[in-house]
Design a binder for this molecule. Structure first.
Ligand code: FES
Ligand code: FES
Length: 162
């Protein structure tokens, strides 16, 4: 099968990339487009470190053929991060020590962003459910849950979150 050009919106910008058949979005983002905030973990759908947003919803980019995102909106952590600081979700993770090695953080933060977009006041149980596909080997999750709660408060209080 031949390579083909795939056009999609990446972090608000129209993007075209030549893709070999069955190349995952994770590989295209990291190796062809240099968006390395998207991490490579298990490559089997089991860790969540490769999470990106597709039309605002979390997806595992290691399982998603890049050609399937044609015409759609993809957001990575690079797209969430303001030029001059941190998004409120990033700030909450930083302030609550929810980042240690940081390997899970891009996926966790994007999953949190999607959660708070659809449910601005999640319960603790809803937070746990939302991040259940994102594995963290460092924090024990308590700090992450507290960070998500703090991010919800910050966004409710009007801090700017794209
Ligand atoms: S690298 Fe995609 S779920 Fe682990
Ligand atoms: S901070 Fe290390 S895996 Fe979560």
């Amino acid at each position: 099968m031949a390579s083909k050009v795939v056009s999609f919106t990446l972090n608000g910008r129209e993007t075209e990339v030549m893709v070999k058949p069955l190349t995952t979005l994770q590989v295209v983002l990291r190796e062809q487009l240099g968006h390395t905030a998207t991490k490579t973990g298990c490559r089997q759908g089991g860790c969540g470190s490769c999470t990106v947003l597709l039309n605002g919803e979390p997806v595992l980019s290691c399982l998603l053929p890049a050609e399937d995102v044609a015409g759609q909106q993809v957001t990575t952590l690079e797209g969430l991060t303001p030029i001059d600081g941190l998004h409120p979700v990033q700030r909450a993770f930083f302030d609550h020590y929810a980042v240690q090695c940081g390997y899970c953080s891009p996926g966790m933060i994007l999953t949190t962003k999607a959660l708070l977009d659809r449910n601005p006041t999640p319960s603790r149980e809803e937070i746990v459910e939302a991040i259940s596909g994102n594995i963290c080997r460092c924090t024990g999750y308590t700090a992450i849950i507290e960070a998500v709660e703090a991010a919800a408060q910050a966004l409710k209080g009007g801090q700017n979150g794209r």
